[in-house]
Design a protein around this ligand. Structure first.
Ligand SMILES: [Zn+2]
Length: 48
């Protein structure tokens, strides 16, 4: 875990999928304010 840059709340890691491009990326999402920041430099193709 890491603290949110904005509110210092808890951030959880989650996977965001872009259905149009077929790419997925890991993001940190703040449970408190909803801020997101990418945890991965490059999106990865979704393997189904
Ligand atoms: Zn926050």
């Amino acid at each position: 875990m890491r603290p949110c840059e904005k509110c210092q709340g808890s951030m959880v890691i989650e996977r965001a999928v872009d259905m149009e491009s077929g790419l997925a990326i890991l993001v940190y999402a703040c449970l408190n304010c909803g801020r997101r920041s990418t945890a991965q430099k490059e999106p990865q193709p979704v393997s189904l």
